[in-house]
Ligand binder design. Structure first.
Ligand SMILES: [Zn+2]
Ligand SMILES: [Zn+2]
Length: 209
């Protein structure tokens, strides 16, 4: 009975014609093409694979996605998880229940610029973000680092007068436009949208890794 229903569904639904494969790929596809493949895989697999129906396909980063721009470029940050269930438990008992690790890969990040069909894949999110800045904001590595007292504890998106004055003195005009990044001396990841220009707040320790 179910076979018949499945067959009927196969016949009636339009066939998937997207170019991206229905699984992991490191080849270049636009973010839309990658997300289309994931949606299709989720639909055809939901019946028989409850755990990881979309294993290996790319999704928009939870706090990133379409998260930065530069003149002539955009950044879409995607991620995929090639780890097995060993990455989820918090208790020893949960580890034991799951059994031996069968990870086929890592948690991966992809920086994607659809305007240039350019992408960069890394297991380090900040490294992928920095690769995109090398691609889209040439010269950004020469920017001076923002003094800690101007950035504030948690960082700020707000352009305050003292901050504006400092940037005017130290940043060249081509880095004082919409979407431009700033460099800050602090630990942690690169944070989208935390430059007062709307671009990335890049943690300088990340650039030397
Ligand atoms: Zn580009
Ligand atoms: Zn594992």
């Amino acid at each position: 009975m179910y076979d018949l229903l499945d067959l009927l569904e196969d016949i009636t639904r339009p066939a998937y014609t997207g170019p991206a494969p229905l699984g992991f790929t490191s080849r270049y596809f636009t973010p839309e093409q990658l997300l289309e493949a994931r949606t299709e895989l989720a639909r055809i697999r939901s019946e028989w694979s409850k755990d990881h129906p979309t294993f290996g396909t790319w999704i928009l980063g939870i706090t990133t996605g379409w998260c930065a721009t530069a003149p002539g470029h955009r950044l879409c940050l995607l991620q995929t998880d090639l780890r097995c269930r060993c990455s989820f438990p918090y208790l020893a008992a949960q580890w034991e229940m799951i059994g031996p690790c069968s990870c086929v890969g890592d948690l991966l990040y992809q920086a994607n610029c659809p305007d240039c069909s350019w992408h960069h894949i890394s297991s380090n999110e900040s490294e992928a973000v920095i690769a995109w800045h090398d691609h889209a904001w040439p010269g950004w590595r020469d920017l001076p680092t923002l003094p800690a007292k101007l950035r504030g504890q948690a960082g700020t998106r707000t352009m305050k007068p003292a901050l504006a004055a400092w940037l005017e003195t130290h940043y060249p005009p081509e880095f004082r436009i919409d979407g431009a990044p700033i460099l800050t001396d602090r630990p942690g990841r690169c944070v989208p949208g935390y430059s007062p220009y709307g671009g990335y707040d890049i943690a300088t320790p990340q650039t030397t890794q």
